[in-house]
Design a binder for this molecule. Sequence first.
Ligand code: SF4
Length: 549
Amino acid sequence: MDTIDPPVRVMALHALAYCERLFYLEEVEEIRVADAAVYAGRTLHAELERDLPEDGTAWVAVDLGSDALGLTGRVDCLKRRDGLLIPYEHKRGRHRQENKEPAAWDSDAVQIGAYAMLLEEHLGQPIDEGRIRYHATNTTVRLPIEAGLRERVRQAVRRTKELRRSTERPPITSEERRCIRCSLAPVCLPEETRQEHDPAWEPVRLFPQDREERTIHVVTQGAKVGRSGDTLSCSDEVELNTKIPIREISDVVLHGFTQITTQAIRLCADHNVGVHWVTTTGRYIAGLAVGPGRVQRRLRQYAALCDSAGCLGLARRLAHARAEGQLRYILRSTRGDDGARTAVAPAIQSIRHGLHGVGTADSIDSLRGYEGSAAAAYFEAVRHCFSSSVPESLRYTTRSRRPPKDRFNALLSFGYGLLYQKVLSAILTVGLEPALGFYHTPRSAAHPLVLDLMELFRVPLWDIPLIGSINRGQWNPEAHFSVASQAVWLSEAGRKQAINLFESRLQETWKHPITEYSLSYARQIELEVRLLEKEWTGEPGLFARMRLR
Ligand code: SF4
């Protein structure tokens, strides 16, 4: 078996010594996040190259590889001192303290030991010393390449081979301080796992609060997205004819008959930027799926979601979260209004009955029955959440989908279409298979897992801001809608207003009641997808616990 194992990168040994789970996420699942520390490291190495002496006694970025050792890597710097070659590793951070003396961190020692062994094999002469330069403390630690260190390197290579063959993620590290500096903390979510194991644990937020990138919606019919270098240019009024650097974009959504050039699609593909095509009514048509997800993640998802008891458990929690969110919203929006509270009383009772049934349902079919009756009661109650100033033309009598028969239903459907795209993007970012869900069945072109996860977000991300905007008189029944005899759609102005409302909502922050830290709603979607994945990666219990306050 050993002969067919590809060599492991020395940097991966460094990750392994830091945390086995970090190694697994980076090397096996191939998840890499270039955070500020990574960029700072690249700058440091560029400076090394610039400061290279020209007397032939030093070399930077030397590539080495050995089948016998099973290693490959790039030494930061090689220097000749008194006729001997010494490998140098440069670190931005501080050294460790041992007996009041500067010392190397274990992961750095393994790294420089591996470089020394590679160099020995390459040159056919012993390398007795490696040096690690810690720039934050301006210290150089000299490290003898002794037998114990060589054995640690060989052990580490053996361990990487075991982990590469495993489909199980190793557990989180017990040394929580390491997670604070780990670039993969937003993927790994170690603090949430610690809190699940110990309810008294006070988690530190290692998940970014806001999204750094934005979604570009191209709405004006005939508008075109093009490429100019590493920027996208857009002739849409929503984007004000600007050029936007690709690194500031998470997705491009093309509504109706808008255009994108092949060059722009290629730029998006190269930078993992999703491209989505939707109809003018907000129905999802197709997308450029980026980050196809690694096979281990899909295998784990398939295995987990083939277990019908496990699926029922997840579906129960999901349906409970949705119905409870609906109930809380109705109670909150009718508080202090005796007339409205009396009008929604039967619906509240039905939702409570549905909630009780959801908790005890013994099959997906009976769960659907309880959840469906709670949803019907909710839409009945929402009619009483409008303020008295809302015109009749913006009210509704019942939920109608394909096609929407009134303005409110047109708004509802369009917003759910936006939510669908956002949830799909989050699922693809995490690397899960959107076609494989645990509750919805594949009856339409919509991906079941997207429909599953949308249930958590319909009320907080669209129903609440939409009804609020209607009550504030922000919708013009004429200018924002296009009314036909059998259907109502949003006009172009209406679509732009709906997109702005939705995108603003995504930026709002909200405190997760379980993890107890604030996140934007955009991040909240991704967090829930990652918590769902934890259900089948040995850390269950956190998915679908978000609730409206
Ligand atoms: S966040 Fe912590 S547990 Fe997770 S990979 Fe990084 S160091 Fe390991």
